[in-house]
Write a protein that binds this ligand. Structure first.
Ligand SMILES: [Zn+2]
Length: 204
């Protein structure tokens, strides 16, 4: 595999993907990147129907689109984990993932969101609680979450000391360095969106 970052913006396949789209194994035609959303945190055994975010209950079991509480003891929030497309910034392959946080940090976040006081530089510790397909075990990777003033899920930056002293996890490197189109197609395929059989996606 080449270590040189591809100039994806000039790749005819990238232009085709964004203009006409690619036929997919899921039966749809996808035009451009779309997010891969993790439904629930790893270990969640409750129902999968989302309550309204505003009904958040920190004392029992709760699941909404953006918040999860388990037995009033474990707290997780949906966050954005982007992988920049090399040479095509700001385009990014986007996961939305679940990340474990402290109760205090969740309360601070919820209050700021309610008050319209989210701030892009306000950060807090977070721990990924999803197993992302296409990678070695990703749950428990540690990072820093940043509030997002647009009101969307916080940005999760994987960084710092890691469990098992594993700073070389490929997801950390790909978040830092970005990915090329071929890797993006691999990651889509890992979630049942295989567009690699489309003649237009072949690199040669
Ligand atoms: Zn698809």
């Amino acid at each position: 595999m080449s270590t040189a970052a591809p100039n994806t913006a000039d790749d005819p396949r990238w232009l085709e993907f964004n203009r006409a789209g690619f036929e997919c194994s899921c039966g749809q035609r996808h035009v451009g990147l779309f997010p891969i959303n993790m439904l629930v945190p790893v270990g969640w055994t409750g129902g999968r129907d989302y309550a309204p975010d505003d009904a958040l209950d920190l004392t029992g079991n709760f699941l909404s689109e953006n918040f999860c509480v388990w037995q009033g003891q474990y707290y997780a929030m949906r966050m954005r984990l982007p992988l920049q497309i090399q040479g095509a910034a700001p385009a990014a392959f986007m996961y939305t993932v679940w990340a474990g946080v402290s109760r205090a940090d969740m309360e601070t976040y919820v209050a700021a969101r309610k008050d319209g006081a989210l701030c892009n530089t306000t950060q807090f510790s977070a721990r990924l609680v999803n197993r992302i397909a296409g990678y070695p075990e990703t749950s428990n990777l540690l990072g820093i979450a940043f509030q997002q003033e647009d009101g969307g899920p916080p940005l999760l930056l994987l960084a710092g000391p890691q469990p098992g002293a594993n700073p070389g996890h490929p997801l950390i490197g790909e978040e830092r360095n970005g990915i090329g189109l071929d890797r993006a197609l691999e990651l889509f395929a890992a979630y049942g969106h295989d567009m690699q059989t489309n003649p237009s996606t072949r690199s040669h």
